[in-house]
Design a protein around this ligand. Sequence first.
Ligand code: FE
Length: 281
Amino acid sequence: MSRSIKNIIEPQYVIEGADVLLRRSFGPQRSNLYDPFLLFDHFAFNDPVEGPIKGFPMHPHRGIETVTYILEGSVNHRDSLGNAGLIGPGDVQWMTSGRGILHEEMPRRGPSGVIAGFQLWVNLPAALKMSKPRYQEVSAAAIPSAKRDGATIRVVAGEVDGVRGPVTEIAASPVYLDVTLEAGAEFVYPVPHDDEVLAYVFEGNGQFGAEAQVVSAVSMVVFDEGDQIEVSTASGLRFMLMAGAPFREPIAPYGPFVMNTNEEIQRALYELRNGTFIKEG
Ligand code: FE
């Protein structure tokens, strides 16, 4: 059965970090509507009159995995594990906070004055929330593409037509694809029946779902259950596709922490105050 659209989210502008303007499709909430996905932010600094970009100074995370995917511009980062570097166009940084990490993320404009990219938060199951933190960085050249008639699919995580993404060992085993369709192309992709499946449309427009509903950039499509998704376009389209199996566990979100209970949030705050939050690095 081909999936219908359950609903379409219009991303809202929010300010995070030090005055960073983002388009947020959703953030962590107790209702956990997009389990295993917790947050999807679109960085889009398109206006040079915004002035210098301050970014996200040192901050903690616990209980989640974050995926940063850059389209244009770059993000300079460093963390409490000793990692530091610059991720640029087409690069991916996948960070497993586990029991605790501190990091800094500072976006920089590209040559055209623009920064564009996405940050996705994926939940960790209760059994792994206090696991060892780790970090995977994948350069643009290491991300393979699957080619179909009129379609180019960069495979960050998961598999398309036998092409496997380099980001692995993520607790939720998600699929994360950057799909570009030329005018007249279609994209049909099988998904597990009960997985959460989302598509973030950021360029052009197309027809989504069994009812071929028209969706234009910028929009987050939430699919109903089913065994495959169908997308087509008359004029060209680009979207990020996310799919993952829900953990179906209660969550307690608080700022940069997502745990299962309020007691675990209290413990994280207590450890931050008394200097025992970071266990390694
Ligand atoms: Fe962060």
